[in-house]
Design a protein around this ligand. Structure first.
Ligand code: TMP
Length: 260
């Protein structure tokens, strides 16, 4: 698929035109930002991993009937996707309290929520993506009630499915963010953007080790190693293959116990 001109550049992705006006190419960069662009870095290999992980998750969701923009992965960093007008709302679904929920409402970190909580944030960098209510969305006609209810239902199905998918590989899906768009072709609402460790909180089931972008936000290091671990557990990277070579520590002496 021939790449046309750049249509849009975001913080972690670039959208290019194609010869077909109903499809675009989504390119995953290695750039990482947090706290509304205040913290920036380039994490070698992140884009490649997010491309693969998001492809796997969106393909799996399509198999259970969640229509989404993915057509096919083109190469290491690019996907061919349906052209959509992105709805200016970020849908955040939470299973365990952490991040901005604990800061905003004083809910104790790690609290397991009785049922999944959906929050809405307005996509507006200048305003810092403020949280908005259902009433704001309806009042300002960002969505009508039928569209909003349809998206809410899809969010809960996506959550149910992804929770199970991650649980099967020893990962807790703590929370995540999704975006939806209206297709250019017929204005149908479909899941768009990406689902990856950049947009989810993923904790190891046993140790609660963070396997997501919080490693970057909180300066915990080993960002790519964590994303690689997610890809390996999902079975999309072979145990031996690494996007970036793992640094081996110095060999340590091993004490051998001898039977007397
Ligand atoms: P939060 O606790 O910081 O509000 O984040 C909730 C979830 O949304 C978490 O999984 C990270 C994801 N997220 C994004 O994908 N993009 C963003 O800009 C923000 C703030 C959060």
């Amino acid at each position: 698929m021939k790449k046309g001109k750049k249509l849009y550049e975001g913080k972690a992705k670039i959208i290019f035109a194609t010869i077909d006006k109903n499809t675009v190419i989504q390119h995953f960069k290695d750039d990482a930002t947090a706290f509304n662009n205040q913290k920036k870095s380039n994490i070698e290999g992140k884009g490649i991993l997010n491309n693969r992980i998001s492809e796997h998750l969106l393909k799996s969701l399509a198999e259970i009937g969640i229509r989404n923009h993915l057509i096919k992965r083109l190469n290491m960093r690019e996907q061919l996707v349906e052209f959509v007008n992105i709805i200016p709302i970020e849908f955040v679904i939470r299973n365990i309290a952490t991040g901005s929920l604990t800061k905003r409402l004083g809910i104790e970190e790690g609290t397991i929520l009785d049922k999944p909580l959906i929050e809405y944030c307005l996509k507006n960098d200048q305003l810092g993506d403020p949280i908005v209510s259902r009433e704001h969305i309806l009042n300002f006609n960002w969505l009508n009630i039928i569209e909003l209810d349809l998206i809410n239902k899809q969010c809960l199905r996506i959550n149910d499915f992804l929770q199970g998918l991650f649980r099967a590989v020893g990962i807790k899906l703590v929370d995540f963010k999704v975006e939806f768009g209206k297709t250019k072709l017929n204005e149908k609402i479909i899941l768009a953007d990406e689902i990856s460790p950049d947009t989810c909180r993923l904790w190891d089931q046993q140790t609660e080790k963070k396997l997501d972008k919080d490693r970057f936000r909180k300066n915990l290091g080993y960002v790519v190693d964590a994303y690689q671990e997610v890809a390996k557990r999902l079975g999309i990277l072979h145990e031996q293959s690494n996007i970036r070579p793992v640094k081996f520590s110095k060999p340590t002496a091993v004490k051998i116990k001898r039977n007397k």
